[in-house]
Design a protein around this ligand. Structure first.
Ligand code: G16
Length: 543
């Protein structure tokens, strides 16, 4: 068994996006492509010799092959031990849990999240630091800089190691420890929520359906929801993880989780529906025939947090990404705690949580979480909701409607235009920038523009500045339109339009969001010239 040093040349496209490096599988399969990026990580993080690393992924196509390469490279780069999930599996929140619980130096998480998988699908890799969270920008920038200069990588010449039996084996001087990917995470959930009252709820006939979408949360949900909480077998659907997610698109929203949506909106619907994504960090919450927007979900959980044992002493603060609605801000104000507005990307919450400034965080992109780990956490959100429902003995819809009656409703929707040629998408954004001066103060239908800007963020903990985080058009009544280019797609560009209007009038809370936001949607299309510039006349996905 010897360490081989392989000469290589840089790839120019290894800049991590919103959440790590995501590309098509065939790109990652190109000779040296994955190896270059992994070596760039190892060169940038400078882990002391003998350090421990956590490695796991969402089980998508190329997961196993990539893990073998990473293990051999970790051994050749002086790591002393790697904790790897059985079968190479670790959901993103479980990876964060393992990094924190065993205090590993960091972790490598293999996932392209909600993006489709399979031989022609997407693959991804990201580095998480010792707090269990995604590497902050200064680390991802260092990795990118290294990837542009790399000229060699180190790898152990040896046979593959078995990942299918729990226990330890050796790879050169390094120990590979295959761990149960579910147990540590399930124990953590049990420490946060009132499992006995959720068990009582389910035993009393409350019916739920959780759609694992043939992705990583299947084994986690079966263990927690069916085994520990006693929900009947079959409550977890599509529970077997498949490398291509059964040809599906493991994105828990009304478009892609349509199988669940049909059940929850159909005859004999269960009382509660939920879904998670490819790597288990996103969530969608549904009541009987009722959809909870992720922004509302964060606000409702914040308002009811003390009902869950893990949060009974209250919240230090809340953080949300800029495009997420201000529903949580209203709760924070009522609770007398701070609410932080960060750029899109879970990595921006890490510093705030480490400093004890926030307990709950959330994003409109179906992400909710807390300081129990440093990733958003799909099943955690589902369990939190079940805990709240069990404690309040009300339906999901009743809880949300009461919340709106008390705080007002931040009517919200996101329109995505996917697969746009990059030049056209950049043209839309440039046109918006060029319009800032003329738009400010103008009257657009019944809305008056208060301000236009490109969001920038100064991290209150380390002072780092992130600019160009999304164009905001704010109106005098508090309504908002935000335009952003996605940082997670792998084909062309995706323009996201985020629309928000505040509605205090209970008499209008029943309105469908698309109806209530119709005028703002028209204004967004008009000011961006999106139709003319892209040739698109409808969004690809509406959430
Ligand atoms: C990632 C990030 C999230 C972000 C989302 C969408 O989620 O972790 O913070 O909100 O992408 O990003 P974008 O709008 O740039 O596509 P995930 O679940 O894909 O890891």
């Amino acid at each position: 068994m010897s360490v081989r040093t392989v000469a290589t040349t840089p790839f120019s496209d290894q800049k991590p996006g919103t959440s790590g490096l995501r590309k098509k599988v065939p790109v990652f399969q190109k000779p040296h492509y994955l190896e270059n990026f992994v070596q760039s990580i190892f060169d940038s993080i400078a882990a002391p010799a003998g350090s421990t690393l956590t490695v796991g992924g969402d089980g998508r196509y190329y997961n196993r092959e990539a893990i073998q390469i990473i293990l051999k490279m970790a051994a050749a780069n002086g790591f002393g031990r790697v904790l790897v999930g059985l079968g190479g599996i670790l959901s993103t929140p479980a990876a964060s849990c393992v990094i924190r619980k065993y205090q590993t130096f960091g972790g490598i998480v293999l996932s392209a999240s909600h993006n489709p998988g399979g031989p022609d699908g997407d693959f991804g890799i990201k580095y998480n630091i010792g707090n269990g969270g995604p590497a902050p920008e200064k680390v991802t920038e260092a990795i990118f800089a290294r990837s542009k200069a790399i000229n060699e990588y180190r790898i152990l010449e040896t046979a593959d190691v078995s990942l299918d039996v729990i226990g330890e084996s050796r790879l050169g001087d390094m120990t590979v420890q295959v761990i149960d990917p579910v147990a540590d995470y399930a124990d953590l959930m049990e420490s946060l929520f009132d499992f006995s009252s959720i068990r009582g709820l389910l035993a009393g006939g409350f019916r739920l359906k959780f759609d694992a979408m043939h992705a990583v949360t299947g084994p986690y949900a079966r263990e927690i929801i069916e085994k520990r909480l006693g929900a009947p077998a079959g409550s977890v659907m599509n529970s077997v993880p498949l490398p291509d997610f059964g040809n599906g698109h493991p994105d828990p929203n009304l478009t892609y989780a349509h199988e669940l949506v049909e059940i929850v909106y159909g005859d004999h619907a269960p009382d509660f529906g939920a879904a998670s994504d490819g790597d288990g960090d996103r969530n969608m919450i549904l009541g009987k025939g009722f959809f909870v927007t992720p922004s509302d979900s964060l606000a409702v959980l914040a308002a009811n947090a003390t009902l869950a044992p893990g949060y009974k002493s209250g919240l230090a603060g809340i953080a949300r990404s800029m495009p997420t609605s201000a529903a949580a801000d209203r709760v924070a104000q009522a609770l007398g705690i701070p609410c932080y507005e960060t750029p899109t990307g879970w990595k921006f919450f890490g510093n705030l949580m480490d400093a004890g400034k926030v307990t709950l965080c959330g994003e409109e992109s179906f992400g909710t979480g807390s300081d129990h780990v440093r990733e958003k956490d799909g099943l955690w959100a589902v369990l939190f909701w079940l805990n709240v429902v069990a404690a309040r003995k009300q339906s999901v819809e009743a809880i949300v409607r009461e919340h709106w009656a008390k705080f007002g409703r931040n009517v919200y929707s996101r329109h995505d235009y996917e697969g746009i040629p990059t030049e056209a998408a950049n043209g839309v954004m440039k046109h918006l920038h060029d319009s800032f001066a003329s738009l400010t103060g103008s009257q657009l239908g019944s809305y008056k523009v208060l301000f236009c800007d490109d969001f920038s963020y100064t991290d209150p903990i380390d002072g780092s500045v992130s600019t160009g985080q999304g164009v905001r058009i704010g109106f005098t009544d508090g309504s908002r339109i935000v335009f952003r280019l996605s940082g997670t797609g792998t084909e062309g560009a995706t323009i996201r339009i985020y629309l928000e209007a505040y509605e205090p009038d209970v008499g209008k809370h029943h309105l469908d969001a698309q109806v209530a936001l119709a005028e703002l949607i028209g204004i967004a299309l008009q000011v961006s010239q999106l139709r003319d510039r892209t040739g698109r006349d409808a969004p690809t996905v509406i959430t």
